[in-house]
Design a protein around this ligand. Structure first.
Ligand code: MGD
Ligand code: MGD
Ligand code: SF4
Ligand code: MO
Length: 726
């Protein structure tokens, strides 16, 4: 028996990027703990990290390419798999055109270094229809960044470590561990606000785990946040509380915004939202009274009927309160790889989907149309699909329909660790090396981090020989699928140089890099030449990261980054983009409709997350799923009594598109008229028996692909009208 060694790495499972200290001996994991020396998480971890060892050893995790045959799945070699994928995709493209190909990138794509290779793959299938989890997640937020700040990746993040007043709208960091407020132990950081004498207020239809740790929780009717935010803005204007501070010279549209929100008085919106007018007024004024205030919205504010408008006003409130780009307010992180400088600015509605005419966001179409675009015949129909690290059958609206649609494809290839509800439809599955068998580097998440840091994690275990990492699979496919056979020079270079060299150069050119001055427009040509020809040693590089296995602390978020961006791009802050103004009548119609417009007996379904689950895939793991069944329908005792439902009864939840059955759990922690169930359950394959035993069905079997935020194309995953029966 050899001695126990400790390996340090970043947890790849969620946005928190916790540092792990993994004790191992003889190729086996002995323990997974938090790394106290990690600059971001300082020892914090959650139960999911411990399950990494189960993923590593899980016999169900795929280790060789699989091919679906008439007699079941067969393991095949990599060369055969790549050849078959390429031949099928190319021939479909030749026969039916580029738009007959589609790709879906799921959530973990962002959590692997392969993220840097995604643009290369998309370029190789140029003209294909691209989808991702973005359009069931943060799209309305990125749209607000694009519309108001001129860059989709310029995302404001709460400066939680300095903040004095945090308003949380539709986020539950106690469960999610913080999204777009990323950085280990975010709840301790939020608690820090209160310890400094500040205030934390949570707006949510459910009294969540976060709400219970806040100073105040306000129940809101699902989907009505826009009205609340509009009324808060109205009060700030009416009371003369607008303060733009340093932003003033940059802001346009102030008067238009004032007019746009003028009719949304607290008295008018109170009945709709369920929050009293006096409370709305108090909140609006308290924002101004606090020296350092941040208004933060997350998925509850995005995946709802007015997700676009909501995120507009979340940004607008921070702007008219002078909180944007200000310490203790909302700041813009400076990540080690500066994707704001290197990534695309973004675009909206340059293309529209074939059938419903929904707008594209940049390269991608809203995933709510994926099934219909496969099923409906005609020019432009999707006939082949690539999925990477996604499970849209469980994670996108009307999953049953997508489940059927996938059987209508001519060809499908999935790059995934597991055979699941989605990948079971693939003709070929390409499994990458496991999360502990590859290096890890977060290229994208630092854009959302509350504190800057960088870490490179080498593989803990050697990958089985001949295996491929995610990025290698992408590069291989990109090269083989590029219209000019051997692929573009960049792809060849990446393949040659490898992930590490590419990452190294991106780090060197980044804001903390050895060669940062090369991209600095304030630096002179002579300075740049000197950098190029001298062996630059100071600054960030992969070499530097390798010498700091716990990671490097790059400091607190700094104000001023927005200002520099605006100057560089010679642009401003747009408070009243016409896109949003044009969507206002839709919201007004909702505000003025009578209360009995909703069908009688109808309840509104919202989602929830739990710290022991991760979207659709981790509650397959026995270690995480143990304990009480968490796939329950939360409902208020009054709503239960009215329907003759008792605790633990199996209830059927029915929407326009389908029904699921699961146990009822009665609680006064939910607003009457609202019910909640978690998404990602409902495992259908035999291998997932652990989860199936607990699962009460998939929430997305009842979310409706036709019920969307018409502005952004984001589906309503929160606020779905349902009936509940025993
Ligand atoms: N009703 C409802 N639906 C929702 C949500 C909600 O709140 N309510 N949330 C939405 C949100 S925010 C998101 S992000 C989506 C997520 O939805 P998806 O991204 O579609 O689904 P996941 O469940 O994250 O599936 C991840 C897949 O990636 C695989 N995987 C894990 N790690 C790796 C890896 O390193 N490489 C590869 N190649 N594969 C890997 C897993 O096996 C799994 O199949 O769900 C959305 N759906
Ligand atoms: N443990 C765990 N962590 C995760 C994930 C996971 O599945 N499990 N998923 C990861 C992913 S992909 C993401 S995107 C993040 C999401 O991170 P969060 O947004 O923090 O996650 P949720 O817990 O879904 O919180 C959304 C909240 O919005 C509330 N809500 C629903 N409808 C409305 C509404 O109309 N108005 C308001 N104001 N609130 C509403 C819900 O009740 C819920 O409390 O979490 C990430 N972290
Ligand atoms: S909070 Fe997220 S990053 Fe941290 S240990 Fe848990 S899953 Fe991993
Ligand atoms: Mo997400």
């Amino acid at each position: 028996m050899s001695e126990t060694a400790i390996h340090y790495r970043t947890c790849p499972l969620c946005e928190a990027m916790c540092g792990l200290a993994i004790s191992h001996a003889d190729g086996r994991i002995v323990a997974i703990r938090g790394d106290d020396a990690d600059p971001l998480s300082k020892g914090h971890i959650c139960p999911k990290a411990v399950a990494l060892q189960d993923i590593h050893t899980d016999p169900l995790r795929l280790r060789a390419p699989l091919k679906r045959t008439s007699t079941g799945w067969a393991e095949i070699g990599w060369e055969e798999a790549f050849a078959e994928v390429t031949q099928n995709l190319r021939s479909i493209r030749d026969r039916h055109g580029e738009q007959a190909l589609a790709a879906y990138f799921g959530n973990p794509t962002v959590h692997t270094p392969a993220l840097l290779m995604v643009p290369g793959l998309i370029e190789a299938i140029a003209g294909a229809q691209i989808f991702s989890a973005t359009s069931v997640d943060q799209l309305p937020m990125m749209l607000a960044s694009l519309q108001m700040l001129d860059h989709q990746l310029l995302l404001p993040i709460p400066d939680v470590d300095c903040c004095g007043f945090l308003l949380i709208v539709g986020g539950n960091p106690a469960a999610s561990q913080g999204s777009f407020i990323s950085g280990g132990d975010v709840m301790a950081r939020i608690e820090g606000i209160r310890q400094r004498g500040g205030r934390v207020v949570v707006i949510d239809p459910r009294r969540t785990e976060t709400a219970k740790q806040a100073d105040e929780h306000l129940f809101i009717r699902p989907g009505t946040d826009f009205f609340l935010l509009a009324a808060m803005a109205q009060v700030i204007f009416a009371e003369g509380r607008v303060r733009l501070r340093e932003l003033a010279p940059w802001v346009d549209g102030l008067e238009t915004l004032r007019e746009a929100v003028a009719e949304f008085t607290p008295e008018r919106v109170a009945p709709k939202t369920g929050i009293a007018a006096a409370k709305i007024r108090e909140l609006a004024l308290a924002l101004g009274d606090a020296e350092q205030a941040a208004v933060y919205g997350r998925i509850g504010s995005c995946t709802q009927e007015f997700g676009g408008l909501c995120n507009w006003l979340l940004y607008a409130l921070n702007i008219i309160n002078g909180s944007l780009d200000r310490s203790g307010g909302m700041l813009f992180p400076t990540p080690p790889i500066d994707l704001v400088r290197l990534g695309p600015r973004g675009s909206f509605a340059r293309r529209r989907t074939r059938l419903r005419g929904l707008p594209a966001f940049g390269d991608e179409f809203p995933v709510a149309v994926l099934a219909e675009e496969i099923l409906a015949p005609g020019e432009g129909r999707i006939r082949a699909l690539i999925t990477h690290a996604g499970n849209p059958v469980l994670s996108t609206p009307n999953g049953r329909q997508l489940d059927r649609a996938l059987t209508a494809l001519d060809f499908m290839v999935s790059i995934d660790l597991y055979l699941n509800e989605t990948t079971r439809h693939a003709n070929i599955i390409l499994p990458p090396a496991g999360p502990l068998e590859r290096p890890h580097f977060d290229a994208g998440l630092p854009l959302a981090a509350v504190h800057a840091s960088a870490k490179w994690s080498p593989p803990l275990f050697a990958a089985p020989s001949g295996s491929y990492q995610d990025w290698q699979i992408m590069v291989e496919l990109a090269q083989r699928l590029h219209p000019r056979f051997s692929g573009r020079l960049v792809h060849r270079l990446v393949r040659r140089l490898g992930l590490e060299r590419v990452t190294d150069w991106l780090l060197r050119l980044g804001p903390y890099g050895t060669h940062a001055a090369l991209l600095d427009e304030d630096a002179s040509w002579t300075q740049k030449l000197r950098i190029l020809f001298s062996p630059a040693r100071d600054g960030l590089s992969l070499h530097a990261l390798r010498q700091h296995p716990h990671g490097i602390d790059l400091g607190a978020m700094q104000p001023g980054r927005l200002m520099r961006h605006l100057k560089r791009r010679n642009t401003g802050i747009h408070l009243a983009p016409s896109l949003y103004l044009a969507d206002l009548p839709r919201a007004l119609a909702r505000l003025t409709e009578s209360a009995d417009a909703a069908p009688r007996d109808s309840l509104l379904l919202i989602g929830r997350r739990h710290v022991r689950s991760n979207n659709s895939w981790m509650h397959r793991i026995p270690r995480l799923i143990k304990g009480p069944n968490r796939c329950t329908l939360l409902l208020h005792p009054d709503d239960a009594a009215h329907r003759g439902i008792a605790e633990g009864d199996r209830v059927t939840v029915t929407s326009r598109v389908g029904a699921v059955t699961l146990p009822a759990q009665l609680t006064t922690d939910i607003l009457p008229g609202v019910v909640s169930m978690p998404h990602g359950y409902g495992q259908r394959d035999a291998g997932a028996s652990t989860a199936a035993a607990h699962g009460g069905g998939s929430m997305n079997d009842i979310t409706d692909e036709q019920f969307i935020d018409a502005l952004t194309g984001t589906p309503v995953l929160n606020g779905v009208p349902v009936t509940v029966t025993r």
